[in-house]
Design a protein. Structure first.
Length: 198
């Protein structure tokens, strides 16, 4: 079973995606996507699961009418319960995945528990990578030292090379560094990892 992080793209995920796209033997079977009704019910059930009555009522009001998904997403961020929502949503998705696998007879009941454990560990690792990436983004300030982790599309950068940030454009997710040719250029923060701040 292959698990890809849904929250962000990492270089190793791209290699897996290419392997799946180039599969000619039919080894990879895509999972069915969730429908809008399921997504809406997940948001409603999550709201009802909250102990805080004011947050619960606020979320329930937000998912009524048009723009429900966007309103909900903004509110869980503002209320600082985004991690709780992701955990809830992932638990629901895992349940649907295993129901589907069992119905298709791709796994048997005895294997389900083992796969569930594997999926939970992968989801936790993925979430930790995302949190680490978010911390890195916040720490990519002028003067910080970063290391290039993904130079694809950037001919002036090399994997593993360290660069000092000269300037940043937080709204665009860009930093300016001197590349291997000593040229100052703007690059996406996602191509780097923070190594030290000074």
């Amino acid at each position: 079973m292959i698990v890809l992080c849904e929250y962000d793209t990492f270089p190793e995920d791209e290699q897996i995606r290419l392997k799946i796209m180039n599969d000619t033997e039919g080894r990879f079977v895509p999972l069915p996507g969730s429908d809008t009704g399921e997504d809406w019910r997940d948001m409603e059930d999550f709201a009802f699961s909250l102990d805080d009555e004011s947050k619960r009522d606020c979320l329930l009001n937000a998912i009524q009418g048009s723009g429900a998904f966007r309103c909900f997403k903004d509110l869980v961020f503002e209320m600082e319960i985004r991690e709780d929502w992701f955990e809830f949503k992932n638990r629901r998705m895992r349940g649907r995945v295993f129901d589907w696998l069992l119905n298709k007879k791709l796994i048997i009941e005895e294997e389900a528990e083992q796969y569930k454990q594997h999926l939970e560990e992968e989801a936790k690792r993925c979430w930790q990578r995302l949190q680490r990436r978010e911390r890195d983004m916040k720490n990519m300030n002028p003067g910080a030292t970063v290391e290039c982790s993904d130079p694809r599309g950037y001919p002036g950068l090399s994997t593993g090379t360290r660069y000092r940030i000269i300037d940043e454009r937080p709204d665009d997710g860009l930093i300016r560094v001197k590349d291997d040719n000593i040229r100052q250029r703007w690059y996406q923060k996602t191509a780097f990892e923070v190594k030290c701040n000074q």
